[in-house]
Write a protein that binds this ligand. Structure first.
Ligand code: ASP
Ligand code: MG
Length: 458
């Protein structure tokens, strides 16, 4: 199956890399519920013989005991007659350890060799899991990315999947075998080992599910789903039963770390039925990522409040209002590999205008330096000012398309708390505001309440 260009679909935010900052996700719950003879969870796969791709993250395979647990879970699905392909990450901490090791030899590791090194983390896990599955009485077989043939481009450390040869996997499945595939890695046309970027096992999982046209792709992680907002900030936050893929894409680009954004893009492009669930719970439906057009359910207007603490804002003042100015300001910033998020340019008055944008706080000093020393003298701007203590709060929901008054409700709610809005940016399904960082928690809490997110949905 040819999967090229999959990663270019529908990215709705100006900044598409996942930033650090842990949002939305519940810390793990370790309760266990005795498993009766109930369905694994209410899903339409419970009544059919399905082909399921399960992806287990680093913490879910973090020890031999946990790997055995994964084998037990897989066995339950097999016992129901399903075909199962398992995609695994490296054991938790392993990828970091391998990168650190490489850096002890070379401060800036050679990218080709770095991929040779870090791909071994997943190779260990597939072997261990295949052994655990065999011990549990199942037929199992492990595959590295190259053995499957997950063909990628040659962009070492951030390669994109071009195609997946699913022949071997299909033959094994037909033979009642559980197929265990190494996440995060592939092979380029010249036979070089490549990796897909941090968090890339999610993308392997979804891409394999797309190639096999799996009935469901289950992403097992240490949180039990996607939340209306970070429960550590708002205890009333609820797990969402469903979220649309576009909302998930926004959430991922707004800073969530639960899924690599490329995996969400893949799911959208190939309409992969994706579910996020906890590998530490025996039961639980997790969060299903749905597609609006084939989902008859009444969607909530707003699904979640996303936020990001680490913003910084910069304004170039008194910029000559003429063609090419935006490029002259942002060109050098982008050449320095600095991601720019919200961009605002005012209407020109008397031939000049103000131009503002936000960057990650870590890159604030670098960006200010470029603007003050290179851009300002070059374009003849009056001044460059900045504030590194900004935060971004966003309300996300596909219901915005068909409902008016979301923005005014958001702005009124913030006004009632005396919170000043410094910048506003919107897309079809989200409204983001930049505010002073010190009001972030208050803003998230009042918005969560104002949009009724603490209320159990009907
Ligand atoms: N092991 C890789 C990482 O830590 C890939 C993954 O876990 O998704 O980034
Ligand atoms: Mg991950």
């Amino acid at each position: 199956m040819n999967l090229s260009h999959a990663a270019h679909v529908g990215c709705l935010s100006a900044r598409c890399n996942c930033r650090t900052g842990s949002l939305y996700w519940q810390p793990c719950f370790f309760w266990s519920i005795a498993l009766e003879s109930r369905p694994l969870f209410k899903s339409d796969i419970e009544n059919i013989v399905a082909l399921i791709v399960q992806k287990y993250g680093g913490t879910s395979v973090g020890s031999p005991e946990r790997i055995k647990n994964v084998a037990r879970r897989v066995a339950k699905f097999k016992a129901k007659g399903h075909q199962v392909v398992v995609v695994v990450s490296a054991m938790s901490g392993e990828t970091n350890r391998l990168i650190a090791l490489a850096k002890e030899i070379q401060t800036h590791p050679d990218p080709r060799e770095l991929d040779v090194i870090v791909s071994t983390g997943e190779q260990v896990t597939i072997g261990l899991l295949a052994m655990a599955l065999k011990d549990a009485g199942l037929k199992a077989k492990s595959y590295t990315g190259a053995q499957v043939k997950i063909l990628t481009d040659s962009a070492f450390t951030k390669a994109r999947i071009v195609s997946i040869d699913e022949q071997n996997i299909r033959a094994d499945l037909a033979n009642d075998c559980v197929v265990v595939v190494a996440g995060f890695q592939g092979v380029d046309a010249d036979g070089n080992i490549t990796t897909l970027g941090r968090g890339g096992s999610d993308t392997t999982g979804v891409a394999v599910a797309a190639a096999l046209r799996a009935d469901e792709c289950q992403i097992y992680t240490d949180v039990d789903g996607v939340y209306t907002t970070d429960p550590r900030m708002v205890p009333e936050a609820r797990r969402l039963k469903t979220i649309t893929f576009e909302e998930m894409l926004e959430m991922a680009s707004l800073g969530s770390k639960v899924l690599q954004i490329r995996s969400v893009e893949f799911a959208g492009k190939y309409k992969v039925k994706l579910r996020v669930l906890s590998s530490f719970e025996e039961e639980g439906e997790g969060t299903l990522i749905t597609f609006e057009d084939n989902d008859k359910m009444e969607q909530a207007i707003i699904s979640g409040i996303a936020f990001n603490r680490d913003e910084a804002k910069i304004t170039v003042m008194g910029v000559p209002d003429k063609p090419g100015i935006a490029y002259q300001i942002l060109g050098p910033v982008s050449d320095a590999n600095i991601d720019v998020d919200i961009i605002i340019q005012n209407v020109g008055v008397d031939g000049t205008t103000d131009f503002s944008f936000t960057v990650h706080r870590n890159e604030f000093a670098k960006a200010m330096d470029i603007l003050k020393n290179k851009v300002q003298p070059h374009i003849g701007a009056r001044d460059v000012i900045g504030d590194s203590k900004a935060a971004k709060v966003s309300v996300v929901g596909v219901g915005m398309r068909s409902h008016v008054g979301i923005a005014s409700k958001m702005f009124r709610t913030l006004a009632e708390e005396g919170i000043n809005i410094q910048m506003i940016s919107t897309s079809e399904i989200k409204i983001s505001v930049v505010i002073d960082e010190k009001y972030l928690e208050l803003a998230v809490r009042v918005l969560h309440k104002a949009f009724g997110l603490d209320q159990e949905d009907a």
